[in-house]
Write a protein that binds this ligand. Sequence first.
Ligand code: GLU
Length: 446
Amino acid sequence: MSSAVDAFMEQVKTKNPGQPEFHQAVFEVVSSLMPVIEKNPKYDEYKILERIVEPERVIMFRVNWVDDKGEIQVNRGYRVQFNSAIGPYKGGLRFHRSVNLSILKFLGFEQIFKNALTTLPMGGGKGGSDFDPKGKSDNEVMKFCQSFMTELLKYIGPNTDVPAGDIGVGGREIGYLFGQYKRIRGEFTGVLTGKGRNWGGSIVRPEATGFGVIYFTEEMLKSKGESLDGKTVAISGFGNVAWGAVTKATALGANVVTISGPDGYIYDKDGIKGEKIDYMLEMRASRRDKVKDYADKFGVEFFPGKRPWVVKADVCVPCATQNELGKDDAENIIKNGAIAVCEGANMPCTPEATEIFINNKILYAPGKAANAGGVSVSGLEMTQNAMHIGWTAEEVDSKLHSIMQAIHAQCVEYGTEPDGYVNYVNGANIAGFIKVADSMIDQGVV
Ligand code: GLU
């Protein structure tokens, strides 16, 4: 079996040289799928694997804009329209200096399976730019967004491709992007999600990814007769996902003791609650990217340049970025007796770390299942826009909760091993794949 995976990966690497993150994401999915493909020859006959790793379309474009000093800046914009078998392309835009085609292809590929798991009709896509909003004025961000959208709008639409936020793209950016789309197209439609509440956004969208991760964690713990109440939780990141996760975990009785940023992590033994959670929003709005500010304000310990995985915690929730948690971190987490690791970010654990969690048979959920709450509420935003209505917070939150339970159930259905251990990686990959693959077969060779 593994020789089939190796042979397939050889082809992927030859066809997509210099894209390590994309190779990593494909390898993980294909490793889960090979047994399913071997049992179901139709997938091989229809060349589903070969087709699913090939984006339907990749758009790359120049983004020129003029900064506050009057200097011309040149960035690169992208949209990877990966798979539209089950719905319009759907996925965020990432603005970060690290953005390149490999990262966006990995994210777009993950999004195919994640979106399939949500139970909603959304295909997979991702986009962004190497533009770095850090240190830019509002005016500069607006100029960039307007230029970016002027090109992107040729390729998107409410029934074609619906972008949203990701790292570096929040409410401010979505506002500028939406304004430019509306101005040029002359259309007020749900072409983007994560919009402001006054102009078509869904309530609970800002919290959705973090809430969803914690709902998923609760489901995993429930399967072991446990709950988050009274548990110590370590979280990384301090942005949108981490904020939602801290809020919900604390509400469910957990003691969240860490958050982190590019500068290091903070350890707050009394728990991040009340005004401290609100301060996370202030930190994000300041755009300083420094969690040391939290330590200074609340007089807790700060560990410069370090990651929080040395801290003793029952549950670890990495919410920062890809490959932030490696082999040594995973060994520490196991040594410290953690019972669950639930990914809030996209692919935050390296393959070596993932292997350690699974070999030690602790509860471990991959991002494509656990962080699907964000895109799920984006899907609910699309529905509300299409119906020209707005649901209440209770309605959206309860739909989100049911979706996360449904994702968990799919992972259990497809990922339970003979000894009863649930391999959530296999479960998520297989459940997401079958829905997309069968739809591709139904729609013929397109
Ligand atoms: N960027 C988020 C994700 O990784 C949300 C995407 C969306 O809402 O379309 O799933």
